[in-house]
Structures are given as C-alpha cells and as structure tokens.
Design a protein around this ligand. Structure first.
Ligand code: HEM
Length: 122
C-alpha cells in the first residue's frame, strides 16, 4: 500500500484551507505582522498559499503564484515578522487538529523559504 502523502497527513484540502485562512486572518490583524497586509486582499493570498502547500506536500496541485522572493520584496519583511507568522501558523495547525509529525514536516519544508522572504539589507 502506498504511503500517505504529507498533504493527506495534514488532513487534506479542508484542513489546509482552515489553518491557512485563520493564519492569514490573524496575521493581518496581529500587531507583530499586520503592517505588511495593509491594503492587501486576503482571499487571493489564502488561495495561493493553499495551492503552494498542496504542491509541496504531494497533494497534486501546481503552484502558479509568484516566487517567494518576488512576492515579499516590497514588504521588506524582518526576521521577527517571519518568525511571528510561523508561530501563528503553528498555533493554527494545532487548533485545526493537525498531527504533530505532519505539522513539523510542513514547517521543515517552509523553513528554507525564510531566506527568500526576509528582506536582505544591502
Ligand atoms: C513560510 C512563510 C510564508 C509563506 C509560505 C508565504 C507564502 C506566500 C504566498 C504563496 C503568497 C502569494 C504569492 C502569489 O500568489 O503570487 C504570499 C504573499 C504574501 N505574503 Fe507571504 N508567505 C510567508 C511569509 C510571510 C510573512 C512573514 C509575511 C508578513 C509578515 C507575508 C506577507 C505576505 C503578503 C503581504 C503577501 C501579498 C503580497 C502582494 O500581493 O503584494 N508572508 N505569501
């Protein structure tokens, strides 16, 4: 029998949509992260992040959005802002009932994106 994909272990589409939606809603109002979301429409980012997570976790989607470097460049995101958003994501995966192993496996796939998302001072 084939192994479950990470996407399946995360709970599939409904669960991924739930924790992504709540993460972005909270990030757009949390004092630590909200400034970057000022004037940004949340529904399209949510859909894009769901597609990206589905793609990298073996859910069979094709991510069609921008690169992480390009989509975050204008916001000049600081390391503490990145870390705060990931903390919110971790809390929302817990709240959505995601298994600890699956949660950590997804966080491991997202962690290397930090270097593209965080603004490099030059
Ligand atoms: C691992 C962490 C993160 C991932 C996986 C991620 C993923 C994404 C994705 C897939 C998009 C949509 C790109 C597109 O559709 O072309 C996006 C856009 C965006 N992200 Fe992130 N992101 C992360 C961290 C952050 C952080 C830390 C912030 C701010 C605190 C942030 C703020 C934004 C904003 C404001 C947009 C919309 C940009 C625009 O439309 O102009 N993201 N992100």
């Amino acid at each position: 029998t084939p192994q479950a994909t990470l996407y399946q272990r995360l709970g599939g589409q409904t669960v991924v949509e739930t924790f992504v939606s709540r993460t972005i809603d909270r990030s757009s109002t949390d004092e630590r992260t909200k400034r970057s979301f000022d004037g940004i429409k949340l529904a399209p980012i949510k859909a894009s992040i769901v597609q990206q997570i589905c793609s990298i976790s073996g859910g069979g989607c094709k991510y069609e959005g921008e690169t992480m470097a390009k989509s975050h460049a204008d916001a000049k995101i600081q390391p503490r802002e990145f870390d705060a958003l990931v903390d919110i994501l971790r809390e929302e995966m817990d709240r959505a009932g995601v298994d600890a192993g699956a949660k950590n496996d997804l966080l491991k796939l997202l962690a290397p994106m930090k270097r593209d998302i965080v603004h490099a001072a030059r």
